[in-house]
Design a protein around this ligand. Structure first.
Ligand code: HEC
Ligand code: HEC
Length: 353
């Protein structure tokens, strides 16, 4: 067995044996989006989602150059500030603009269901990106988190931290078939509200459920008050050292689901603490707070009809105000975009170069 023992469950599952498990475990752990068992066979054949992840234990890789690169990659993911943060020892390695760690969002080193897992990331790319209108490689996608979630700059393809992160991500996906889809991808899909999410109500949810850890100013808690390289025991949710306004976490649907399925920290999607309504409102409170901003993001999405409905910055092709894109409700926006797609096909973004 050596290096390929799955450490989370102890199950060793090879690609060939997956189909049956997908059905069994998929039915048992069904989220609302999962198909009922009767229809599962067809759906699984066309669109199988892997429910039980076979993730090699990185610590059991040999102590050779490759094993070391992969473990260095995991360290960059976990101790991001130390390796590539704004105060990193080597100035040439200061790619990130804040002291967050990748694992503050990609929980459990990228291995948590609905905790923005990275388990299929290397199988997902290259893929067409509606944000740029071009094919994105895994490195391009990673750089998106560097420029937005980490409020920093892209990493050269031959920079050691980039190569190490990619090596780690490839190991996470190494037991999955090419183009595999996993169950538990992203952050979930809690039911949406038919009213705008409300920052004022969210402030009360925050005071009761979040403030103890993330602090009243959203600034979080550094592990070491004088040395930023230790990163955060509790990461900031807004302010100068947080993700910027172009980050996925700054979109209401992403953060509401992430918070519902993962917060207070330690929460699992199978046993959420917050109601859906509380999650939407507290997410609204967080995104209503100040954070770093970059005007360049207006050029995202060359086709405005491909822009996610909850993108909090314009331009937009529909007639809805920025506040509705930020706080919802989103169903009317989706309906209008579908109508525009049917009549116009696409709407070029005037800000795109
Ligand atoms: C028990 C302490 C604790 C509580 C309570 C808590 N969090 Fe967190 N939160 C954390 C920690 C720790 C992380 C980083 C997890 C990691 O690195 O593994 C985190 C991560 C996050 C992140 C992603 C990282 C970032 O910087 O944006 C968001 C968003 C978030 N929490 C929102 C909330 C909200 C909203 C609440 C209240 C509903 C909440 N948290 C309650 C400790 C907590
Ligand atoms: C503030 C939160 C946050 C931080 C910090 C963050 N990310 Fe992300 N990341 C996201 C979100 C949100 C997505 C989109 C997830 C989705 O669409 O399912 C994402 C997506 C990704 C993806 C694509 C995954 C896929 O399968 O499509 C990769 C790769 C990635 N991040 C790598 C990183 C790396 C490496 C770091 C650290 C250098 C990092 N991220 C830091 C929030 C974050």
């Amino acid at each position: 067995m050596g290096a390929w023992v799955s450490f989370t469950t102890g199950w060793v599952v090879r690609a060939g044996a997956l189909a049956a498990l997908v059905l069994a475990a998929g039915a048992a752990l069904a989220q609302p989006a999962t198909v009922p068992p009767g229809e599962a066979a067809n759906a699984a054949a066309a669109n199988a989602r892997i429910a039980v992840w076979d993730i090699p234990d990185v610590d059991l890789l040999p102590d050779d150059a490759y094993g070391q690169l992969v473990r260095y990659g995991r360290s960059v993911l976990e101790a991001t500030a130390r390796h590539i943060g704004p105060d990193a020892a080597d100035p040439a390695m200061r790619f990130a603009g804040n002291n967050l760690a990748c694992v503050n969002c990609h929980l459990n080193a990228g291995r948590k269901k609905f905790g923005l897992p990275l388990v299929s990331a290397s199988a997902d790319y290259p893929a067409y990106s509606t944000r740029t209108g071009k094919v994105a490689t895994l490195e391009d996608r990673l750089d998106n988190c560097m420029m937005r979630s980490m409020n920093g700059r892209p990493m050269p393809r031959d920079a050691l931290p980039m190569q190490a992160l990619v090596a780690y991500l490839r190991v996470l996906s190494s037991a999955l078939p090419k183009d595999a889809r996993i169950e538990g991808a992203g952050a979930g899909a809690v039911p949406e509200l038919d009213r705008p999410a409300d920052p004022q109500r969210g402030a009360r949810v925050y005071a009761q459920n979040c403030q103890f850890c993330h602090r009243s100013g959203g600034e979080g808690l550094r592990r070491n008050p004088v040395d930023a390289n230790f990163g955060y025991g509790v990461p900031p949710l807004w302010g100068p050292d947080s993700f910027n306004d172009g980050a996925g976490m700054n979109r209401l649907i992403t953060i509401a689901n992430f918070v519902h399925d993962n917060m207070p920290n330690g929460t699992d999607w199978l046993m959420p603490v917050l109601s859906a309504e509380e999650a939407w409102d507290v997410a609204a409170y967080v995104v209503s707070q100040p954070r770093p901003s970059r005007p360049a993001f207006a050029a995202d999405f060359p086709d405005l009809l491909a822009k996610p409905v909850d993108t909090p910055y314009g331009p937009y092709a529909d007639g809805f105000p920025p506040s509705q894109h930020k706080y919802g409700p989103f169903a009317p926006i989706r309906a209008e975009i579908a109508r525009l797609k049917a009549t116009l096909g696409n709407v070029p973004n005037p800000e795109a170069r």
